[in-house]
Design a protein around this ligand. Sequence first.
Ligand SMILES: [Zn+2]
Length: 491
Amino acid sequence: MPLRVFNYLTRGFDRFRPQSPQRVAQEQVRVHVCGPTLHDHAHLGHARTYVSMDVVLRHLRECGYRVHHVRSHGDLGHQAEAGVRRRVGSEALHDGSSPLEVVDGLIRSFEDDMDRLGVVRPNLTPRATGHIPDIIAWIETFLDLDYAYEADGTVSCSADRLPSYGELSRAVLGAGGEEAASGAAAGARPDDFPLWSPADPSDPMAWPSPWGRGVPSWPLSCSVMTAKHLGPSFEIHGGDVEDSITHLDQQLALSEAYHRVAPVQVWLLVGPLRVNGRKMNHRLGNFLTIKDALRLYSPEAIRLFVLSEHYRSPMEFSREALQAAQRSVNRLHRTGHLLQRRMREALPLNGAGTAALSNVSSLEVYRARFRAAMDDDFNTPDALGVIFELMDEVNRTLEQGPEEISLGTLSAMDKLLRDLAGGVLGLLPAEPGALVGEDLVVDLVETLLALRAQRREAKDWAGADQISNRLDQLGISVLDGPFDTTWRLRE
Ligand SMILES: [Zn+2]
């Protein structure tokens, strides 16, 4: 079955075929994902967007495509809105570091989170501050073409000169209904928007231009960076569906106006992560940072939690779902460990020849079903179902005596698990680490934590601490997060 992908712009499924000329042996897929708007350390909503995109790209590589992935950062200090720009500036002045240092620190913190979550690094991560002369040249072209006008140091884009402006958000609002509606009103005549804004004389993050000292818009910066590093037209633009309301709308319209060609073949957008029905967001304060989440759950558990929902569907944050993901990942890791131990113990000549061979060929059915699920618009919930069926089959096989299983069967199972659960979904650690979370241990620790919660409710703080101290001595960290109490075995 060929790969089919939902394209937000056409609101339909496209059969995916890269448009790039086949100059090289492998077909290339060029992908852009905007860097996040960071007002603080990245949160689980960001984890959802970037882990989902990571699995899309891993699957494309598995299909044999050469992926060229660019993630550009709008490190202009304003992070899309003036209020935040002032905030980043003032925070910076308080602790003596420059706004650029603050923004740089937030980006590095985000990139560190992505590394820890096993997100494959992009080929290139350009930054807007490194492209100011290109951005100014684009604005000059827009002025020459009468697409923009200048007044008092502000250069604005005439929305009615951009035929495609609003197309993406209209399509998203039509396709996703209320799910995406949080910004501009649907169907309203889009307003002119700034390409260059004057800066306060005291603002350290501003650049000289023909229109005075100022700051470029973030969507324009993205258009300039994608054109420079991916060309005027490329295969996939990924990201967060709610960004399409303004940021991606402007980006699409500006790129198309500049090159007079549709900039993106497929708009592939990830749904929101919600807390009690509202999008997880820095401004709403309803967020759990990736760093805090990684103290409570393993990277693979967070990935499994994200992948348990189809990438386009809105998803609800829940502590129970994350804990369940941790348990499932623990079982998966344990199966991987047992399999490897049996491989070390197995002798090459063990196993009844024909039975072992038929075993191996039936294993390929799992690979085909997994591939079919992923080819169907990256249906990770179905793909995970295949992984857990495979895991059950591996466990049943491991119950057989050593003389019944050949090393060949064990190796085939190990390779399959590594390719699919590890390579495509990123659910197996690169280095097989300590075996955590036998079911019994999980149940015992959770029983003790329920007891501790009862003591805390009764304000018996000493009694509650006694339990956490004892668990700590046993190598189990108990953590009281903003939403719940949870625990991890220390490495
Ligand atoms: Zn962008």
